[in-house]
Design a protein around this ligand. Sequence first.
Ligand SMILES: O=C(O)c1ccccc1N[C@@H]1O[C@H](COP(=O)(O)O)[C@@H](O)[C@H]1O
Length: 228
Amino acid sequence: MLFWMKRADTDMSDIRVKICGLKTQQDITAAAEAGAAYIGFNFFPKSPRSVTIQEAAVLAAETPMGLCKVALTVNADNDTLDAINAAVPLDMLQLHGQESPERVAEVKARYGLPVMKVLGVSNAEDIQRIEAYETVADQILVDAKAPKDAVLPGGNGVVFDWRLLAQKKYWRTPWMLAGGLTPENVAEAIRVTGARQVDVASGAERTPGDKDPARIKAFCMAAGTPRR
Ligand SMILES: O=C(O)c1ccccc1N[C@@H]1O[C@H](COP(=O)(O)O)[C@@H](O)[C@H]1O
């Protein structure tokens, strides 16, 4: 069995960044120039970052080679996923709802794409819940749990106690850290958690849904992304 161990001496020279909720060609150019490894298209209609399938198809077609194009969905049914996959050339599916391990396996088999399962964390039991997904998902995205009254299950700019991740010594699958990350706190988040991959949505914006190229660049620099 292969385990991903935490590294105490986190080397920030090869951190991989995901910029999530991109809506324009300018956003994609900014992410590519800043050295992001992943970009996320958000298909959750209630989000200020959401794009239609047609918009995402155009954006994906114009995305530079080498950037991993991720589709973010929330408890999407097969019809919705079929429509997205038929129109948008994707590299990965991000499941940001209450999808069970069985549903993760089903989605992975149906589309033949790597699946990143998101798990919300606010306490120690949430960390233990991750294990059930490690053998079915290709990646785990650890996000802050949404506040009770939140409209969105993610993208709320909420930070969780990064020290909770200290109890998880071994990972069976690659993982990424999210939840309220910003250019100002991402270096500390990496130091505390040992994350090798980080994801940002609201922290790289001027206002909800309006990405700021300067903040995208500052985030990637602070995370230690290799320059392109
Ligand atoms: O960004 C959204 O609007 C969103 C909506 C529904 C589900 C997930 C969403 N975003 C994801 O949540 C993380 C954390 O966001 P933030 O950085 O705290 O704003 C983000 O990276 C997206 O993957």
